[in-house]
Write a protein that binds this ligand. Structure first.
Ligand code: NAD
Length: 376
């Protein structure tokens, strides 16, 4: 880190799964890349002030806050990373934009389309860099997949089959959490499906219309681990949809958090007139490709240093990147955008488009009909 470079002060809100992933990514970005700024870990906030203090000490932040408003108003904080439950993204991001600071907000952008719309408008008005945490598209293999699609290597794209399944809610005794509350989150579609919708858009562009089906499999869950009390559940455990893309391709979409055996199965198969490309996040360093004339079926492409995002971490092929490296690549793209170098990553306008698509799927499932995106 060169001390003559300008300082970019980082504020991070939340110390859960994603709070830790963001903290690791800021550290890793600092040591992996020759950044045009000095990243300074200024402040960490959490509703649990004691945990904020403890994590600030071990994660290397200068100070901690029990109230997130203090972090946003801290003059040494220039960029605010939001890793709290979904319903808090709106007030926290709006306050950050009001303060004229960069926002790096976890996905999904908001819990209602109206909020997401307000956020993307406020971002435009503030004129600052915004990003949503759609980290999977920073995988060098996904960047390669998009290049292959855009260059016409697969011919005209005719079909997309996408699925994001996990099984962490598969047990009916898995306890209620904020993820089970419509007002706080929005079910498997919001939690996992939003990533798949962002991926579909990243690779193939706009979706024009959808039809869908959604259901709740476990209608109640224990109020907390080991509790005898049950809480009713109304959000979706699984959602299936058909998609029609603006480029003419047809697609399928499914998201489930109770499909046993799957831990991070964000996957797709994309077929064109000249070939098929397949990916599974559980094997994130691989793409499977079959081109017309490949008599023996699919070949496996393995990530290596010919891909810049991979080379940043490792000079040898096949040694494999992991989830946290994708987060580091996301942070790197964000810092570059803040410094005026490039525009990779999903900004609030793109994250709002993902919310429009999710809203269309919800409407289609509710009314059991095809919904055109222009309706929402
Ligand atoms: P979590 O429950 O593990 O952590 C949430 C954190 O927010 C906790 O530290 C909690 O104390 C804190 N918090 C709650 N209310 C707060 C308040 N009022 N002020 C300050 N802090 C508060 O949740 P998580 O799994 O880290 O998910 C957080 C966000 O990250 C969600 O939006 C989720 O969708 C997203 N997420 C993204 C990915 C990804 O791959 N991009 C993966 C998991 C989660």
């Amino acid at each position: 880190m060169r001390e003559s470079l300008p300082v970019l002060g980082i504020g991070l809100i939340g110390t859960g799964f994603m709070g830790r992933a963001h903290a690791l990514a800021f550290h890793s970005a600092r040591s992996t890349f020759d950044l045009p700024v000095q990243l300074k870990l200024v402040a960490l906030a959490d509703a649990d002030a004691a945990r904020a203090e403890q994590c600030a000490n071990s994660w290397g932040f200068e100070r901690s806050h029990g109230q997130w408003e203090h972090l946003i108003n801290d003059p040494a904080v220039h960029l605010v990373a939001i890793t709290t439950p979904n319903h808090l993204h709106f007030p926290m991001a709006m306050a950050t934009l009001e303060a004229g600071k960069t926002v790096y907000c976890e996905k999904p952008l908001a819990v209602t389309l109206q909020q997401a719309d307000q956020m993307q408008r406020a971002a435009k008005k503030a004129g600052v860099v915004t990003r949503a945490g759609y980290n999977y598209q920073h995988n060098p293999m996904i960047v390669l997949a998009r290049q292959m699609i855009d260059s016409g290597e697969l011919g005209q794209i005719v079909s997309f089959q996408g699925e994001f399944s996990e099984d962490f809610m598969g047990d009916p005794m898995a306890a209620w959490s904020w993820r089970c509350e419509a007002a706080h989150a929005g079910g498997a579609l919001a939690d996992l499906g939003s990533h798949l919708l962002a991926m579909a858009r990243y690779l193939l562009g706009d979706v024009e219309s959808v039809c869908a089906d959604s259901n709740t499999v476990h209608a109640s869950r224990p109020a907390s681990t080991d509790s005898q009390q049950q809480r009713p559940i109304t959000i979706d455990d699984q959602t299936h949809a058909l998609l029609r893309f603006a480029n003419g391709a047809r697609g399928t979409f499914s998201s489930s958090w109770l499909k046993h055996g799957y831990k991070n199965h964000l996957s797709f198969e994309i077929s064109g007139t000249q070939g098929t490309l397949a990916f599974d996040q559980e094997r994130l360093n691989e793409l499977r490709l079959c081109r017309v004339g490949d008599r023996d079926g699919f070949q496996r492409l393995l990530a290596g240093p010919s891909l810049p995002g991979y080379a940043a971490f490792c000079p040898a092929p096949g040694h494999q990147l992991g989830y946290n490296e994708l987060k580091t690549l996301e942070v790197h793209a964000l810092i570059q955008a803040v410094c005026g170098n490039g525009n990779d990553g999903a900004d609030f306008e793109e994250a709002w488009q993902v919310e429009r698509l999710a809203a269309a799927i919800r409407l289609a499932a509710r009314e059991q009909r095809w919904v055109a995106l222009k309706e929402v």
